[in-house]
Design a binder for this molecule. Structure first.
Ligand SMILES: NC(=O)c1ccc[n+]([C@@H]2O[C@H](COP(=O)([O-])OP(=O)(O)OC[C@H]3O[C@@H](n4cnc5c(N)ncnc54)[C@H](O)[C@@H]3O)[C@@H](O)[C@H]2O)c1
Ligand SMILES: O=C(O)C(=O)C[C@]1(C(=O)O)C=C[C@H](O)C=C1
Length: 275
């Protein structure tokens, strides 16, 4: 089968590299609206060939690896694919994407979220083993066609992923806590430090703790603006809960309630018993 990838950045480029090792895939073609990214993708051998949008539409399997608002727009331009075509979106949000799949291609589409990535972006960020041994969430799979569901599962398994199925709305509630809130916090932490007059002197002291907590703030604002927009309600709710916890920590410190603070932190430590 011919696999076509729309968006040749971290996720699309890594998918191109991963598909090279899949016997069912005879060729990987790619499309990106940024000509520099097309060139880079070829230079790094992420795909076999760069093609036009019309040529890409003829692929047996189409991966959409572009920001989540772009995925919704791209789906509107794919309404004429043949019934046997499988379209797999790799977006970090799922409910808005699933809601906006044009009805005539509903069976063609498999809504997927690979739970893997990095803070880096663009073709140079692509990694051959990004997907190996990681989880991919397939949402509302019962609405996809049988062929499409089998094809998507086979491809994700062939690149070493473990499949989890979930309702799209439930996925978005969970993703708000496990991925979207941590990114918002990391951007906030970075801005809080940068807003200090002596930010440079503060940053001289940065060791592992600050680097770990601020790594996500390097992530692409183009991508995250659209994720925050699509998962706005769930993210706001998660932020409320986080703010409550931060306020609790603040008031325990303010009241010099060291025993209470110790218990609060001991409770948090239990997270790593189950993670
Ligand atoms: N980065 C992560 O950790 C991660 C993890 C899981 C899922 N995702 C999802 O994967 C998708 C891609 O993210 P990424 O990290 O690869 O981003 P990226 O910025 O590395 O790559 C996106 C690529 O798509 C191209 N592009 C953007 N809009 C386009 C359009 N309309 N048509 C053609 N090309 C277009 C860009 O030029 C770029 O090369 C997003 O939907 C994101 O939510 C990202
Ligand atoms: O490890 C990272 O840097 C990531 O941001 C990866 C990460 C996340 O864990 O939040 C980012 C977005 C997703 O859609 C899935 C994975």
């Amino acid at each position: 089968m011919v696999a076509g990838i729309v968006g040749l950045g971290l996720m699309g480029g890594s998918m191109g590299l991963a598909l090279k090792g899949v016997p069912q895939v005879s060729k990987v073609i790619g499309y990106d609206h940024n000509p520099n990214h097309c060139e880079e993708a070829l230079k790094h051998h992420l795909i076999d060939e760069v093609v036009t949008w019309d040529a890409l539409k003829k692929s047996d399997v189409i991966f959409l690896a572009i920001p989540v608002e772009g995925i919704i727009k791209a789906l509107q331009k794919l309404t004429d694919v043949p019934p046997g075509c499988t379209i797999i979106d790799l977006g970090s949000t799922k409910a808005k994407i699933v809601e906006n799949i044009p009805p005539q291609i509903r069976k063609n589409v498999v809504a997927a979220h690979p739970m893997t990535g990095t803070e880096k972006f663009g073709p140079s960020a692509a990694l051959a083993n990004l997907y190996r041994d990681k989880i991919v969430v397939l949402c509302n799979l019962e609405e996809s066609g049988e062929l499409q569901s089998v094809t998507a599962k086979a491809l994700f398994e062939a690149i070493g992923m473990k499949i989890v199925t979930m309702d799209a709305k439930e996925h978005d509630r969970h993703a708000a806590y496990i991925s979207h809130l941590p990114h918002a916090i990391s951007y906030a932490l970075a801005n809080a430090v940068m807003a200090q007059e002596d930010a440079k002197n503060i940053l001289i002291l940065a060791a592992g703790g600050f680097r770990d907590m601020s790594r996500l703030a390097k992530s692409s604002p183009i991508m995250w603006e659209e994720i925050f927009k699509q998962n706005r309600e769930n993210l706001l709710e998660a932020m409320d809960h986080f703010e409550e916890e931060l306020k609790r920590c603040r008031s325990l410190i303010n009241e010099e309630n060291w025993k209470g603070l110790y218990t609060w932190m001991e409770e948090a430590q239990k997270l790593h018993d189950i993670l």
